[in-house]
Design a protein around this ligand. Structure first.
Ligand code: NAP
Ligand code: MG
Length: 502
């Protein structure tokens, strides 16, 4: 429990360019329930830290079960009584477009908030997280007026049609790696379909979601349609997962917590969608364009300091080009600019927390003990802040722990393979199945391998492309349900069949 002393905001946020960020940080960080910002019923707060300098950025309300209960009441009221689900879809769309516009108007400020709280490079926060957040709202704004039912050819004495209706009150629990973007992936489709929402951001990165809540209010979202409960997993998160009055829960995070969410959902059989971890294979054949494959593989694993569920952490390179590839990858990676994430030249900031820092460094030790060859990195990159150098292990065997367990940090495992069959066998030899990539100039092989890989997303001759138009989600223990595209509309609606006697 943090002592309720106001943090030294100027020191914690040193180097920011937007005064609006300081103004935001100085305000109390409360829960958004029924359109009002309120402290936690317990009065408790917790600290959120800048991982680049280990300073406290803000004290944030620690919501618990009692606060979730209030939020559920507000969301239920907004769903049952307010006109949100029954609002003219064009008007609902207008509000979502307005949120997109406000995100863009405040893009620099949001990017700095994200960088302060999470540690990600600010240029990337601006170009990917914030731009993607606005794009996601805009994409789903378009859906509001395009959610159709159908008429069905039943008996001539009968007229049958279907209505696609919202699910109701939705709980959404998100992780710390893309805090604003994950909030938008969850909130935008839920609202487009007419649901009301209770969002729980990750305890490490609550700030951008709170700013988004303010912007949603400014856009005119009715009270209770979007509620935000900051707090911890056990407490705020678990109360959402098990709440009898929540109709659906959408979760992104670890496979371990995904299991708990699913177990907690059985009480009222709420709908569940899970987007969990990954250990994605990036497969490079000898005929690939190495000039593109090497830097793309590097960003595929080190982007966002390796804290990406779809990171290409297992780099499979065909024998014949393996040594050359590893040499080039090592050289490029050793030259990556790691440092102050507010500096526009920085490519990689710190990992998000002390816990994550320790976890990643522990995996480096595990890799060494397992006999993998460390070609670069492995150590801390600064005295202060949670910086770790880009780390590459070569001569990895796919059975090693560093090839099987999600590290969620800047650690790559380079693994050789013989032929197409071997690549697919090793690539699929994991409990996860979130993403995969294949690099080859042979078009038939590219498509054959893409089909054979058990993953929810496959990239050919690229890595990491994501667009709100296309579904994202996992095979195997990477979860179930697909977010983005029209598939989120399916997650957030249910179908009613209506028979009319003629
Ligand atoms: P996590 O525990 O799965 O956190 C994800 C979200 O779930 C957070 O909002 C968390 O709240 C919440 N949560 C935790 N326990 C809960 C519970 N019992 N009931 C309901 N909600 C709960 O992930 P983490 O601990 O931050 O990171 C651990 C590992 O998970 C990472 O090292 C990485 O391997 C993986 N991870 C994967 C993704 C992904 O996108 N697939 C994202 C992040 C992490 P708190 O923040 O308060 O814990
Ligand atoms: Mg956790």
């Amino acid at each position: 429990m943090a002592a309720a002393v106001a943090p030294a905001v100027e020191r914690a946020a040193a180097g920011i360019k937007n005064q609006a960020v300081l103004d935001f940080l100085r305000k109390p960080k409360m829960l958004l329930i029924g359109g009002k910002w309120t402290p936690a019923k317990s009065g408790k707060t917790f600290e959120t830290i800048n991982p680049a300098n280990e300073e406290v950025l803000a004290l944030v309300a620690e919501g618990g079960k009692a606060d979730v209960d209030e939020a559920v009441k507000a969301a239920r009221k907004a769903f049952e009584e307010s006109r949100w689900p029954r609002l003219n879809p064009h008007q609902r769309a207008r509000m979502l477009y307005k949120i997109a516009e406000l995100i863009e108007q405040h893009a620099d400020e949001l990017a700095e908030i994200e960088t302060l709280d999470n540690g990600k490079a600010v240029t990337q926060a601006r170009a990917i997280d914030v731009a993607g957040a606005a794009e996601t709202f805009r994409y789903y704004a378009g859906w509001c007026s395009k959610i159709y039912g159908e008429t069905n050819p039943s008996d001539p004495s009968m007229f049958n049609y279907t209505l696609r209706e919202p699910v109701g009150v939705c709980g959404q629990i998100i992780p710390w790696n893309f805090p604003l973007l994950m909030a938008c992936w969850k909130i935008a489709p839920a609202l487009a379909c007419g649901n009301t929402v209770i969002l729980k951001p990750a305890e490490q990165t609550p700030l951008s979601a709170l700013r988004l809540g303010e912007l949603a209010q400014e856009a005119g979202l009715p009270d209770g349609v979007l509620n935000i409960i900051t707090g911890f997993g056990p407490g705020a998160g678990s109360s959402i997962a098990e709440h009898p009055e929540i109709d659906k829960v959408a979760f992104t995070g670890s496979t371990e917590v995904g299991r708990l969410i699913l177990q907690a959902s059985t009480g009222n059989l709420k709908r569940v969608s899970l987007e969990l971890g990954g250990k994605s294979p990036n497969i490079i054949f000898t005929d690939a364009d190495l000039g593109s494959a090497v830097p793309t593989a590097m960003m595929g694993v080190f982007y966002n300091t390796g804290q990406v569920c779809a990171a290409g952490t297992r780099i499979f390179v065909q024998q014949g080009k393996y040594d050359e590839f590893v040499d080039q990858l090592t050289k490029f990676s050793a030259g990556m600019t790691v440092g102050n994430p507010l500096d526009p030249a920085t490519k990689m900031g710190p990992v998000v927390s002390k816990e994550q820092f320790d976890r990643v460094r522990n995996y480096v030790e595990i890799g060494k003990r397992e006999g993998a060859k460390l070609t670069t990195g492995g150590e801390a990159a600064a005295d202060r802040g949670y910086f770790i150098k880009p780390t590459i292990f070569a001569d990895v065997n796919n059975n090693m722990r560093i090839a099987q367990e999600e590290i969620f940090g800047p650690v790559a495992a380079a693994i050789p393979f013989k032929d197409e069959n071997d690549a697919v066998l090793q690539g699929n030899d994991t409990t996860y199945g979130l993403a995969a990539a294949v690099w080859t100039r042979d078009i038939a092989r590219a498509h054959k391998v893409a089909r054979a890989l058990k993953a929810g997303t496959v990239w050919i001759n690229t890595y990491g492309a994501i667009d709100p138009i296309s579904p994202f989600g996992g095979y195997k223990q990477s979860g179930f349900g697909r977010e983005l595209g029209k598939h989120s509309i399916e997650l957030y609606t249910q179908i009613k069949s209506v028979y009319v006697k003629l």
